[in-house]
Ligand binder design. Structure first.
Ligand code: MRU
Length: 357
């Protein structure tokens, strides 16, 4: 199953509504650009590559209503404003603009659907390649471990197939290694406040049959001191040309703990996640979300009722920083669709030489 697709009517886009997982698998229908923008900002869809793909389909929905240049630009502005950190959004919208500006208005809808479909298919192929390259890192780490015990991998947030069109980024190597027969166990950071680890990563891994254990966000450092983590793999929402990595809040602390314990720390990314325009992670806009995500927690009762309960005292303010930046020096290597490289300008340019100059 994919996370997004064009419905049979050819005019509606369907998505998995991730706000309902892991309790219910609900398919939501997007009929307008406003639906697509809302799906991104409320995190019915989330994860950098999937945000990009959804924005592409959102442009197609807009063009179906108004194929003019003004309509196209209004849709692009509306979608660009949904979430600030994942650079795939900006990349995807610029791809759509380039493809559609050249098309006459009467052909724009067909061109938009075509381009959105191509970008979604490209995401699948890219992630499959990340899986292949990353699986060799996992297999090698398991061989080096030198016994039959499973390799313990720690991941943060959700960078599995739900965060992409298919396969995932950080989890693509895990799935590929598992399918190749490498015994593997995943420590899943719950990832407060939205709990993408506890709800989405755990669900995905369970569906695939991968052994895993959900841990509270603060447990990773302790596990590393006990020799219970062999390597970390995380995704990223934006990686700079210099190799700094923005990812879900808490990633930086895992990278610090990994460095202190000599645990390799890998970041898996598709090339549309690279922001070639900036060198330093300090320039990445960090999304701040509503404080209610911190003050309250949502879950399902035993009877299957969805409820939100307050965690904090009435009146205590909360701050909700959604991402942090891990500096390149803490990253062992980047895993991309073109191979594995050091987290540095030189490393990235060796894989993407067309970006030089
Ligand atoms: O806020 P989210 O859920 O959209 O966060 C994005 C992510 O899924 C993670 O930061 C992920 O690790 C990188 S995107 C594959």
């Amino acid at each position: 199953m994919r996370t997004i697709w064009l419905a049979r009517d050819g005019r509606t886009v369907e998505i998995i509504d991730q706000t309902q997982l892991p309790h219910e698998l609900v398919i939501a229908r997007l009929k307008t650009v406003a639906d697509a923008a809302c799906a991104i900002s409320t995190m019915q869809v989330r994860g950098a590559p999937l945000i990009g793909a959804t924005a592409c389909y959102g442009v197609a929905l807009a063009v179906a209503e108004d194929p003019s240049d003004a309509g196209l630009e209004a849709a692009i502005s509306q979608l660009a404003a949904t979430r600030p950190t994942a650079v795939n959004l900006r990349w995807a919208l610029s791809q759509m603009r380039r493809a559609l500006r050249e098309a006459p208005e009467r052909r724009r809808l067909a061109a938009a659907l075509h381009q959105a479909g191509d970008i979604a298919e490209a995401d699948v192929a890219i992630n499959r390649a990340i899986g292949e390259h990353g699986a060799s890192v996992i297999a090698e780490a398991w061989r080096r471990k030198g016994d039959e015990r499973p390799l313990n991998v720690l991941t943060h947030c959700n960078a599995g197939w739900l965060a992409t069109v298919d396969h995932g980024t950080a989890l693509a190597p895990v799935y590929r290694a598992y399918d190749d027969g490498v015994p593997i166990h995943v420590w899943v950071d719950e990832t407060r406040p939205r709990n993408q680890g506890a709800s989405l990563t755990a669900w995905e891994l369970g569906q695939h049959g991968v052994t895993h254990t959900v841990i509270v966000d603060n447990a990773g450092g302790h596990l590393m001191t006990q020799g219970l983590v062999d390597l970390c793999i995380v995704g990223t929402d934006r990686t700079t040309a210099g190799g700094d990595v923005a990812n879900k809040i808490g990633t930086y602390l895992k990278a610090l703990a990994a460095r202190d314990n000599d645990v390799p720390f890998y970041v898996a990314l598709p090339s549309p996640t690279i922001d070639w325009q900036i060198e330093s992670g300090a320039e990445i806009p960090i999304e701040r979300r509503h404080e209610r995500e911190v003050t309250h927690i949502e879950g399902w009762t035993e009877e299957g009722r969805r409820v939100a309960v307050r965690l904090t005292p009435q009146g205590s303010p909360a701050a909700n920083y959604a991402f942090d930046v891990t500096p390149a020096r803490l990253v062992t290597a980047l895993i991309t669709e073109r191979g594995i490289c050091p987290a540095s300008r030189e490393g990235l340019l060796a894989l993407f030489p067309e970006r030089a100059g």
